[in-house]
Design a protein around this ligand. Sequence first.
Ligand code: BYC
Length: 483
Amino acid sequence: MSEAMELKQHAIDYAQQIPNNVNLSNDRVLQRALEQWQPRFLNWWHLTGPADTATLQVYLRTAISVDRDGWANFGYVRMPEYRWGIFLTPHDEDRKISFGEHRGENAWQEVPGEYRSTLRRIIVTQGDTEPASVEQQKLLGKTCPSLYDLRNLFQVNVEEGRHLWAMVYLLHRYFGRDGREEGEALLQRRSGDENNPRILTAFNEKTSNWLAFFMFTFFTDRDGKFQLAALAESGFDPLSRTCRFMLTEEAHHMFVGESGVARILQRTCEVMRDRGVSDAGQVRAQGVIDLETLQRYVNFHYSVTLDLFGAEVSSNAASFFASGVKGRYKETNLSDDHLLGSDRYAVQEVEDGRIVEKSVPALTALNARLRDDYTREIQAAVDRWNRIPEKFRIPFRVKLPHSGFHRKIGAFAGHHISPDGQLVSSRTWEAEAARWLPSDSDHEFVDSLMGRVVDPGMFANWIGPPARGINGLPVEFEYVRFD
Ligand code: BYC
């Protein structure tokens, strides 16, 4: 066999193995970068992805094109053989930058030299969260409450893997050698590692049980939605188009979180009604999660996620916006001048022992604004949760804590603020923390409920079944096969 033929035989069939709409089979530079990176990615997946799952057949959705039919392609897959693809929403030649000092100019198809390091930093920060969340969820499969939930966990995991691919595509394609180095570093950092942790705080926390997983996908994945939406407005068109496609997948992750918590609420309320119990200890004795513990998990995950928006007042955010790199939520739908030169925005901070409201230049308050947009959407979903205890006539309502509660980043960092927004002393904080945040014994209790349920159609005692199955299939479908 000639050398050329041999090479051809060994060459990767890119369109088949890496479904894409970036013309990968004709892009030698990108191919070479991915040839190096792909085996390392698989190695990372084996080491830190879902534990002991290489041989399982999972009923997954795989994106094979950006068309309606192509991005929701369902079938059984072994996860290491998942076809992690590279997809951007189609190119709009007329797209203009819609905000900041470049407003009205053509969107950039290449990285402008002056914004290169800013864009790289943002893409790396975004990319870093994706493998981090997979690492955080590594062991959850061992305690799944049902096959349906196990499949959803794995769907979330492979899509986070694909989102890492999306960011690595941008780094490889547009940032040359430093992009390749950053792509490598994304596989080196580890969630929670003392020496080489993930970049953002929330991604170094543990997700050790399914209550935490549902809270994470509800609260933290939704930060993902809002950050991606802001980046989808970017003047750097490939970033914008990449994020737009990622947003189509993000919706499922948030659904997993919202419906997961709703099913827990439903089950707890049913047990409280049927067995006539209301005290937390009695509720726990029935093998379900008491509402007080659920509230403490809400307090934790909401506050940790608010930190992901960065400081309320941020010169970084101002310069991202002014330079056209990162917009506001739904920027193109807003009806102001998209420059924010003289606009003001109200933020809260602590002054002389009190929480006060201050008006600051809107340009500097863009993190606070995005966070406020996020909180509005979260509150609407919490209101939906609260219809469940209401239906059961149980006088409990999930409540979001004050935005200053338990914060490590921004204006409230270093202050102790109670869930209802009172500034409190360190002593009060120490005394009350176990009432406000999940304690070790709360985690132990929730962990103790986690057993493995893998009979099709069966669910753990602490969670209700979903309203419907996946892709029109029944709830009792065999979503994961173990043979
Ligand atoms: N932890 O001016 P500041 C997702 C740093 S989630 C640690 O306040 P800025 C997903 C900051 O980097 C979405 N460090 O903030 C969800 C800066 O450092 P330098 C992820 C933090 O820059 C679930 C300094 O503090 N995407 O997709 O305006 C599963 C001062 O910063 C933190 C993005 O975040 C923190 N929490 O905004 C899977 C979008 N906060 O530069 C996936 C990209 C701040 O002084 N990132 N710092 O060294 C960004 O747009 C911005 O980096 C941030 C921070 C919004 C995060």
